[in-house]
Design a protein around this ligand. Structure first.
Ligand code: OTU
Length: 584
């Protein structure tokens, strides 16, 4: 009976697991788990599910803007975060994404991405009950909560890894433990190093196991063995636990890496897509109002697979558009908008129940490789140097994971990459934000960018250079003293952000999936039309260092988003962007 209801889930899993000796027991356990979560879901969440099922594009409204933050660095703990909901609402944010709140590996936990307990909250941040309270407070304000689900790996401190180290044969099978050095070397040759500087290699020798463990990221992040159906069951239980606490969206961290197969680079394999579709199918039964967000920092063609699976079914509802993000920074560095324009054109989505997650900065580095197919290699190679501030550059970022032969990534906060908090940086910020907020997708802001927080000081950081762009929130720059010059400078960034978000929320042609047509990409001028019929908007973003003429403005009335000017202008000054609205 129970299995019947779960047919859609089991059909996804059958091809992956049918040859596993534990599959008969696991399939029954998975079915029971889904059924139990379905019956335990509370009335409020069921009511929310019904509303969302009737509006499967509920997360696509132009008012849906995300904000990613570290709970401790933003407000100390969950109580502090709840005290700042008015402020976040005033800014215009509707989706909160706190980075991992779960207890992590002791010491360096890769910013919480080495999870030691999937169903708990780090004591320094608060309690599970407080997360539940946060979801209720957010829902009452029409806001939603997204949390990370770190599917690919757990901490070496996690009880599963500890049991494996202690000789538990069952838990050893939760991981990829390889005894044969020759096999390790053969697999290593097929893989790419993710952190070549701080964590070279994809395997870690564990003397207690007398074997190597697959560790794609840091040695203390043990990749889970998704070819074991017990791992699917355990991680599904994690998702269902949080879903029934009231979480609305799950960021599937490192989604591309789940399935490993000899002879491949173990990224974006069809089996990984089946797993994601299986998780989605399970949530569709037990918690259908939730959404999945793919964090796949891959080329756009590969990311599309998480949104639009080949079989036309459901997988992730959102995916980080890392290529477009890199494309916009490229435009700023090179006054060339063609790669970004091309990415917009190539990533049009054919359905309303999926959307891109657009962003400019996050807690991680900017990875340039997604631009590889669009930009000449020697041209792309200049970009990390530019953002590290070399030559004629305003930027104050740094290179990340420099490895001979590979292109380094870039780290730094938005303000530091834009040159600071002065008026030139503010103008660049306005250009970038006016562009971001007109792109198709749900925009996600990153904590502190709205007050131009600059790179973290050395004493706030760890060895991994990504800590540069994870400074502590400086509430003095938000709350005043209001007569302070530094406060005034930062407040201008805040006001640009707030007024753009307020404007955007009232423009239905900026819904995440409203049509987008590139009308021009020559000479550093991006012309992008959104919407259709009488509801249209034209983004004109001039990334060039010269003024540019807007070719044809018949049918448009001007709205200079930042300055609030409404006078029609056909000449766009260097480094500025505007939105025009159609007449009717
Ligand atoms: C993610 O990022 C997180 O955002 C990082 O903060 C974590 O360190 C990491 O996973 C491990 O949990 O390498 O530089 O294609 O590139 O998952 C970012 C996806 C990362 C990976 C991405 C990863």
């Amino acid at each position: 009976m129970i299995e019947l209801a779960c047919d859609a889930v089991l059909a996804r899993l059958e091809p992956l697991y049918r040859d596993h000796r534990n599959w008969p027991a696991e399939r029954a356990a998975i079915a029971r788990l889904i059924e139990q979560a379905r019956t335990e879901r509370n009335a409020d969440l069921r009511a929310l599910d019904r509303i969302r099922l009737a509006n499967p594009d509920w997360f696509n409204a132009a008012s849906m803007v995300g904000y990613s933050l570290y709970v401790d660095r933003f407000a100390g703990n969950l109580t502090g975060l709840m005290d700042r909901l008015d402020w976040l609402g005033h800014l215009g944010v509707r989706m909160l994404h706190p980075l991992p709140m779960t207890p992590g590996q002791a010491g360096d936990s890769d910013g919480g991405f080495a999870v030691a307990d999937y169903c708990a909250v780090a004591p320094a941040l608060g309690t599970i009950d407080e997360v539940g309270e946060l979801t209720r407070k957010l829902h009452a304000r029409g806001m939603v909560l997204a949390v990370d689900c770190v599917l690919n790996h757990c901490a070496r401190d996690h009880p599963w890894a500890q049991a494996a180290l202690g000789g538990d044969a069952d838990k050893r099978e939760y991981f990829h433990v390889i005894e044969d050095r020759i096999v390790v070397d053969r697999r290593e040759a097929e893989l790419i190093d993710i952190f070549p500087e701080t964590a070279p290699g994809n395997f870690t020798w564990e003397p207690e196991l007398n074997a190597s463990v697959w560790t794609s990221f840091y040695p203390f992040q043990w990749d889970l063995n998704w070819s074991n159906p017990a791992v699917f069951r355990e991680m599904l239980a994690v998702l269902l636990f949080w879903a029934n606490l009231g979480i609305d969206a799950f960021r599937l961290d490192s989604a591309p890496f789940l399935w490993k197969r000899e002879g491949t680079n173990c990224r974006n394999l069809p089996e990984t897509h089946q797993i994601v579709a299986g998780l989605r199918a399970a949530l569709d039964i037990a918690a259908p109002g939730t959404i999945l967000i793919a964090e796949a920092i891959e080329r756009t063609a590969d990311v599309l697979g998480y949104l639009e699976p080949a079989d036309g079914g459901r997988a992730c509802q959102m995916a980080y558009h890392n290529g477009l993000m890199a494309g916009i920074w490229y435009a700023l560095a090179r006054q060339d908008v063609r790669p970004a324009a091309r990415l917009v054109a190539d990533s049009a989505l054919g359905r309303r129940d999926i959307a891109w997650l657009t962003y400019l900065r996050c807690h991680d580095d900017i990875i340039w490789s997604a631009l590889g197919p669009l930009v000449e290699a020697d041209e792309l190679a200049r970009i990390p140097a530019f953002f590290a501030g070399e030559g004629e550059s305003f930027a104050r970022g740094a290179r990340f994971q420099v490895q001979a032969a590979a292109l380094p990534n870039t780290v730094g906060t938005m303000a530091s990459l834009l040159g600071g908090a002065d008026s030139a940086a503010l103008a660049r910020y306005a250009l970038m934000m006016t562009t971001l907020l007109a792109l198709p997708g749900v925009p996600m802001l990153y904590m502190g960018d709205e007050i131009a927080l600059e790179n973290a000081r050395a004493d706030q950081a760890f060895a991994d250079a990504r800590w540069l762009n994870r400074p502590w929130m400086d509430w003095n720059l938000v709350d005043g003293p209001q007569n302070d010059r530094n406060f005034a400078a930062r407040n201008r960034f805040f006001e640009v952000t707030r007024s753009l978000l307020a404007l955007r929320a009232g423009l239905p042609m900026l819904d995440a999936t409203a049509p987008a047509h590139v009308l021009g990409d020559a000479d550093g001028l991006l012309l992008l039309e959104r919407g259709e019929g009488t509801q249209r908007l034209l983004l004109a973003a001039n990334f060039a260092t010269m003024p540019r003429d807007i070719p044809d403005l018949s049918g448009w009335e001007t709205m200079v988003a930042i300055t609030g000017e409404t006078r029609m202008t056909t000449i766009l000054p260097a480094g500025t962007a505007v939105w025009y609205l159609s007449h009717e």
